[in-house]
Design a protein around this ligand. Structure first.
Ligand code: BG6
Length: 370
């Protein structure tokens, strides 16, 4: 039940610290080594994998995009991410050394199920990242890594998304461990950072509500929104845009910030709301300056700029009309905090428009037809 919350979505957004903590639980031993006994694929098999293909739909596919950045960086094997329905009907290259990772909250999405059947027929192994025990996708996979987000009722996915990202990190770190691509201490450090994420998510939930409301009220009448980000901020931008489409019925476009000058900037006009995910400035991150200049570009054309940025990032203040602040964390883990204000933003927009937050028109929680 909803408890004291205005909607299931509201409740589920606030359950995200727990979803992240629960998905991490029991997967590391005391020395920080990962043990994925539950997965039941031999370590030797993991060692032999030379390519990962993530298949998923909707929000789960954006979690897959985040996974690509992390796993390629940690494990140094190529990770492709593909919408399951596109993958299924294009004769993809699959070998016994390919691991297909099917991500699905419900475990019943037919597009994803058909794609995984195809992958297995071609001789590849399939690992499911799934939130629903005993559902079709894990049942038909070679292995499963469950997310422990608890039941998700609202059609727009929130806590399942962060839990999927966490499960993908766990998988990536496990790969790095068995393939020996990272030192034990490096893995341990990331594990510690992951364990600190629930408190950081909670901090965002506790502190950013007012700015989110302000931005939603200001842009309530906007006909369209642009969302942009780079690196892991790119899938976060896509997910933020999707949330707003799904529940506030606003036309949105999410894209990689580097593409701005190659087309989308033509859309920017006086008052156009533009949401920008700003990477950390720390560690001489070259992308930080590039994203800041993207904000400058759209601002100069009259955009109303909403930034998601790291606490202490003073460069942002000069160009953003509103900033949703996130606590410091490693760049690869930042989607776990950056998506939170965007979920709240979509929910606020839908509420202000008087829409049914949990049951948007034309959508089903799980789509069991191709
Ligand atoms: C869509 C849902 O139809 O399916 C989305 O409305 C969801 O919220 C997508 O992200 C994929 O669903 P699942 O259950 O496979 O993660």
């Amino acid at each position: 039940e909803k408890g004291g919350w205005a909607s299931f979505m509201d409740k589920e957004i606030h359950e995200q610290p727990q979803a992240v903590a629960d998905t991490l639980l029991g997967r590391f031993n005391l020395t920080g080594d990962l043990n994925l006994d539950e997965v039941r694929i031999d370590e030797d098999v993991f060692r032999s994998i030379d390519k990962i293909i993530v298949i998923a739909c909707g929000t789960a596919a954006y979690a897959g995009m985040v996974a690509k950045y992390a796993i390629e960086h940690w494990v140094r094997i190529p990770v492709e991410v593909e919408l399951a329905h596109e993958f299924r009907y294009r004769d993809p290259i699959l070998t016994p050394r390919t691991l297909v990772v099917a991500i699905s909250q419900s475990g019943e999405t037919m597009d994803t199920l058909m794609a995984l059947r195809h992958a297995r027929e071609q001789g590849s192994r399939v690992l499911a990242i799934c939130n629903t025990q005993g559902s079709s996708i894990p049942r038909e996979s070679d292995a499963v890594l469950y997310t422990h987000a608890g039941p998700e009722i609202a059609v727009a996915s929130t806590k399942a998304f962060v839990a999927q990202i966490v499960a993908a990190y766990v998988l990536g770190l496990y790969f790095a461990q068995v393939k020996g691509t990272m030192y034990h201490d490096e893995i341990r450090k990331i594990v510690d950072e992951l364990r600190a994420m629930p408190a950081k998510i909670q901090h965002v939930l506790d502190t950013q509500g007012e700015s989110v409301r302000e931005a939603a009220e200001h842009s309530l009448d906007a006909e369209s929104f642009l969302f942009l980000g780079r690196h892991v901020g790119y899938p976060v931008a896509m997910e933020g845009a999707l949330k707003l489409k799904e529940i506030a019925y606003t036309f949105t476009e999410g894209f990689a910030a580097g593409e701005l000058k190659h087309g989308p900037i033509a859309l920017v006009d006086e008052g156009e709301p533009v949401v920008i995910i700003v990477p950390p400035a720390r560690g001489r991150n070259v992308l930080h300056a590039k994203v800041i200049s993207a904000i400058e570009e759209v601002r100069a054309r009259g955009a109303y700029t909403i930034a998601v940025a790291e606490e202490g990032d003073d460069d942002v203040r000069d160009y953003a009309d509103v900033v949703f602040w996130r606590p410091q964390c490693p760049t690869l883990l930042s989607p776990l905090v950056d998506v939170i204000p965007l979920q709240l933003f979509a929910m606020n927009m839908a509420e202000l428009k008087g829409l049914d937050v949990d049951k948007p028109r034309n959508l089903a929680k799980s789509v069991t037809v191709e």
